[in-house]
Design a protein around this ligand. Structure first.
Ligand code: PHE
Length: 453
């Protein structure tokens, strides 16, 4: 056992890794973000591009990230240093890790504020606030929440504290167990909700919106958003999955198959969330598909408020959203905590607290962008919009691009094959070709076109 494993831990088995990585992947990205950006980008065509991005770019890069972590066995920054050395490549590759640290700070700062909304909606549902609510009243309630700085800060703080407590306890002990309860429950509740939207919502309209392909609605910027979301939803491009990969046990398992399981689960949950939300949206004229970040929080209360047992279901649903967010949040901060601990700069507790405070502080910017700072915009984007856009659509794809280039062109091939586990030659060659040519070229095209077009 080497240094890193002693410092930061190892998963009990491959299945704990799968659970943890799924916990990281499935979160607000699936339930909150996917539906609202699909709504903003016109539906079907966007969904198709997103699915293509998951399959063609997301999965190959996820395999690469897990492989890098497992080979390096350290935090992303140190793993990249080590692997660059092993492959006689420049030490500059460590910047992939640094870049990821910055992206992580930015992402968690707004992620926590949104997760705070879910926490607040738990208490509102439980208190019966949504009983018999209409689409209009629900929209008004949400606007009221955004104007209330006090509650936004309170729930953001609560969520950060929960995240930090788990990270302090250590990933293996804090997490592995929680996930195995959260994920199945979340899926069951989503299916219950699906039952509601099929029977009570305008299911046909919702289905059409998600799956009817209309290329005329697609602009290059939507393609970039779909690509960025593929990275965001699979937790790629910033080291979260690399860090989790570094805790994988030594057993000989195929990284490729493992990654496919995670990607399929993640995609399924996003699509089901869409099939829950849009039929409700189309059954309530007061709610717009393009309503933006509030979509989930405006549409679902209408469903809960008008269904039998909705008070309880509403409470449970938002609790599960918060828990799913929690299992993602810990993976956003883990790579940097692991690095601080490993480099002996701080104990796990101090590292977590210091980093957590910084993130909490940046999060205040997101809180204010819904009220005091709502009118301060850059290129038409508030502080929150800018962070969201910058991280998902620029930083994560760039991180992924660097990872694809490193593994495809610079990393020692013997090391790659050894680390991937049992693989068939055909699949391996196909994967390597995607990393070398397809992913970099597609990423470059999307970047350039979204800048010019
Ligand atoms: N994948 C998470 C979600 O969909 C968000 C996330 C992004 C987690 C980046 C880790 C790293 O909610």
């Amino acid at each position: 056992m080497n240094v890193q494993q002693k410092v930061n831990g190892v998963w009990g088995s491959r299945w704990v890794f799968i659970l943890a990585a799924t916990g990281s992947a499935v979160g607000l990205g699936n339930i909150w973000k996917f539906p609202y950006i699909t709504g903003e980008n016109g539906g079907g065509a966007f969904v198709l591009v997103y699915l293509a991005c998951i399959a063609l770019i997301g999965v190959p890069i996820m395999i690469a990230e897990v492989m890098l972590g497992r080979r390096g066995r350290m935090s992303p920054i140190n793993s990249m240093l080590l692997l660059a050395r092993e492959s006689n490549a420049s030490q500059w590759w460590a910047s992939v890790g640094w870049f990821g640290t910055l992206a992580g700070i930015f992402i968690l700062s707004f992620y926590s504020v949104i997760a705070g909304w879910a926490l607040q909606y738990m208490s509102l549902s439980a208190g019966g606030e949504f009983n018999q609510i209409t689409g209009e009243a629900s929209g008004a309630a949400f606007s009221g929440l955004l104007a209330d700085v006090g509650s936004l800060v309170t729930w953001h703080t609560v969520f950060m504290v929960l995240t930090l407590l788990i990270v302090m306890a250590g990933v293996v002990k804090g997490l592995g167990k929680a996930i195995s309860v959260i994920m199945p429950l979340l899926l069951i509740l989503l299916l219950v909700m699906l039952g509601y939207s099929i029977t009570e919502g305008n299911f046909a309209a919702g289905w059409d919106f998600l799956f009817a392909f209309d290329a005329s609605k697609l602009e290059w910027n939507s393609v970039l958003v779909a690509l960025g979301h593929a990275f965001f939803t699979l937790s790629l491009g910033m080291g979260a999955i690399m860090a989790y990969g570094s805790y994988m046990p030594e057993e000989k398992v195929s990284i490729g198959n493992t990654v496919i399981i995670i990607a399929v689960l993640d995609t399924l949950i996003a699509l089901i969330a869409g099939l829950v939300i849009f039929p409700i949206v189309f059954a309530n004229p007061a709610i717009e598909p393009g309503a933006g970040p509030g979509l989930l929080f405006v549409s679902l209360p209408v469903a809960f408020g008008n269904m039998a047992g909705g008070q309880l279901f509403g409470f449970m649903f938002f609790a599960l959203v918060a828990l799913a967010a929690l299992s993602s949040a810990i993976s956003i901060i883990e790579p940097t905590v692991a690095w601080l601990v490993e480099s002996r700069m701080a104990s796990r507790i101090k590292a977590t607290l210091g980093l957590g405070f910084a993130i909490w502080f940046v999060g205040l910017g997101t809180v204010f962008s819904f009220n005091h700072w709502a009118d301060y915009t850059l290129f038409g984007k508030t502080f929150f919009d800018s962070l969201d856009y910058l991280t998902a659509n620029v930083m994560l794809p760039l991180g992924g691009l660097l990872i694809a280039i490193f593994v495809g062109w610079f990393m020692n091939a013997g090391a790659i094959v050894e680390e991937l586990g049992p693989i068939d030659q055909g699949g391996y060659k196909y994967w390597l070709r995607i990393l070398r040519y397809v992913s970099p070229v597609l990423l470059a095209i999307v970047f350039v076109m979204s800048l010019v077009g």
